[in-house]
Design a protein. Sequence first.
Length: 939
Amino acid sequence: MKPIATRAWVVAAAAMFSSVFAATQPRVPADLKARPRSVGRVFRPGDHADAQAPQQSPAVDEAGDFLKRPPVVRQEPAVQQKLFLLPPGYNIELVLSDPEIQDPVGVTFDGNGRMYVLEMRSYMQDADGSGSRQPISRISRHEDTDGDGVYDKHTVFADKMVMPRIAFPLGDGVILGLETDNRDLYKYTDSDGDGIADKKELFYPGFGRVTNMEWQPGGLTWALDNWLYSTYNPFRLRIAPSGKVLREETEANGGQWWSAQDNYGKVWWVDGGGEIGPVNFQTPIVYGAFNVPDNFEPEFQVPWPAPGGISDMQGGLRRLRLPDGTLNHFTAASGVEIYRGDRLPPDAIGDLFFNEPVGRIVRRAKIVVTEGLTQLRNAYARSEFVRSTDPLFRPVSISNAPDGSLYLVDMYTGIIQDAQWAGPGTYLRRKIEQYDLDKQHNWGRIWRISYEGMPLDRGLPRMYQETPAQLVDHLEHPNGWWRDTAQKLLVLRQDKSVVPALRTMARASANHLARIHAVWTLEGLDALDAGLAREFMKSPDPQLRIQGIRASESLYKATPGDKSFAADYRAMTQDPDPGVVIQAMLTMNLQRIPDARSLIRTIADSSSVRGVKEIGSQLLQPRQSQGQGPALSDTGAGTVNFTVEQRRSRQRGETIYKELCGTCHGSDAKGAPMAGAEGVAMAPALAGSPHVQAHRDYVIKVLLNGLMGPIDGKEYPGGVMVPMGTNTDEWVADIATYIRSGFGNAAAPVTADQVAAVRKESARTTPWTFAELEPHIPALLANTSAWKVSASHNTEAAANVLGNVGRWDTGAPQQPGMWFEIELPNDVTVSELQIDSTVRGRPLFPPGGGRGAGATGRGRGRGAFLRAIGPVSYSVQVSSDGSSWGPPVAQGDGQTPTTTISFEPVRAKFIRVTQTGTAENGEAWGIQQVRIYALPSRS
């Protein structure tokens, strides 16, 4: 099986805060029972409350009625088919159904048109998600052997899987696959042609992650530029001619479920958890994540479902449109696709399609580009492309098919939400139980959407048996699926015999899309030359000029690279088309062309075109364009005294934050605003949070186990902070360090050892409530004004550490026996000290020639500087009277800038830290601040 389907599909059922919505048995209007089985109902555009749609019955008090209601009932496909509402002319017909498939979440097609179905058979078998990680899921393969549109041959290609998330055809009988909770991407091979994989090999390690199933990557897309893109991962992969897998970092894409590309190679994603929908679509993600205030037309994120019997209760009453109970805002956008086929009306080509399984709709969006900026608009005012009155209809992905149609994957299930958000006693759990939604699972359907009078393409692909020359011909096919698949196969085969034909097509084809595919196929064969790239840059077609710039980047950055293209990029900034100017700026910035920033600044300042000004300005201030404000290293806060490894940890944490956290907490960590609810944030602010900046155990415990319910008495729509404890200790430490030191916060970094210690002390498996968590966090002793301090050296300066108004140091190189002592007003049970020791130098002799106490000054002349750091090593003792000291409660090596000393809780009034090492370079011991943590009251 040679490669095909230019993308594979994430496997998951809904987006991050998407929830379970279902209804009682749907009613089939009498006038529809005799309609053709292949046709859904027709709606009138603009008519939200379709006259034929069943209204909510009986009426339910959404705020508090949890009385048992008639259960949701599974419909046979023929009955469900009549419950669809489609635009005039569009038809929907069944392709596959249960029991042949169960819990499907995505499909993809190989080079011979065989369909792979991702089946998550263990997903939400009950409201607790019991057994969800059991290896009972699979990737099945289905084949239409005679071209009649019916799949008549079925095999289980890969079995005994844990909720597979990717099935990406890479060759004849070869796919890439990723399972849930697996860090590695594998290659599955059917070596004997029986349709069943008999070989599994590691393809790329570290591609996935172990965390909540809704936050794991997937949606693999082979893009026009011959790179592989996925959701979540801030990197892209490429298969080199040698077979080696290359990796390049990108901006975090914000995608959650699935990915797709348009005819010009821009990859598209959708976000569900943040209630956003499509994200980061202004430019290809390799150039950065750019956003403008009017990405969407007004109310674009408002869905218009057909009432399905009961309410779409995601997010409680805030997300209900009363009285009909339909969803009033995106909560679970998933399954994105750009229609690029040839058997729907021409006005559909290039439109964006994505699903909202909570609202039971498929949205069709028009992509409108004005002055270089893209805005999305609903194609049907106050309505949707596909609606259904069946409460079990769960569209989770949609795909271009070889026959020119769109394939719609319907998970057809009761619960479309991970168990984390449907725990016992929650609103959602009570709704699940009210309608027996947990009894409806292991169903599933795949539908085909076509158009009257436009027969489907019944020519079966046979690309694995075709010659390279025949594959080149497919680059002119009107269906983008054929073009993408042929390009991928040509690049994977690396047969250079087709280079002349590709060059001819790139220069002379009447189909500008074929010319684009030809030039990128040459790029993938390492056969693109500078002359052809420059011909594209001079084309009268602005899209060809853009592709010429993009493709030439491979030549510019090669080893050795053709740096003469820098002049071409500068010249292209004067192009009359704003899209070309923007691309030239993006390329100059990405490739770090000399003087790029100054030229971009000049262009952005002088241009009257909004897109040029907007993208140019954001290129110059990338963090601000994403709502983050300047880096803390620029503001003097947070990380100034971090070690190299601490900075690396923080940088890794920043990447994690962009991938997972910003959706709800906001890119600025002030809480992402909830659309349609002024002043309401999806999740609490992390910027400036006293909890985040207090003892590290708060952040660590929340990350490991999750947090639910009100915080400081305030409820948040997100409801649950998902546990991240399945990640490594280093991973948890990285994100904890970033949020404690980013966004204006200035707390100490967190280490993997500290995470491991917290993990070891508790076997907790459920999320905390704030009320439960607070007593388990060491409390900072804040009444420093009542403390007394003394020291072995420079005693008069010791009090500087109490109010953080200055600093203390020994005034002499560190030697064993130096000590610093704190007397508390009362005996307290203490468990930790944190000693901040900012690296600084000061004159060895203060002005006037006097010496600081204890400073000998031997071997140094006037004007010499003494460097002060944290203790080389230390011993901590405690006492109740300041005279009798017990054995050390802690010993160890110090660190700069912060030495954290944890020990078993002990009662103490006096605490003495003794320096026990010798500084190799003669540094003094310095302290800027001391924090003491005591066990809080457990009453």
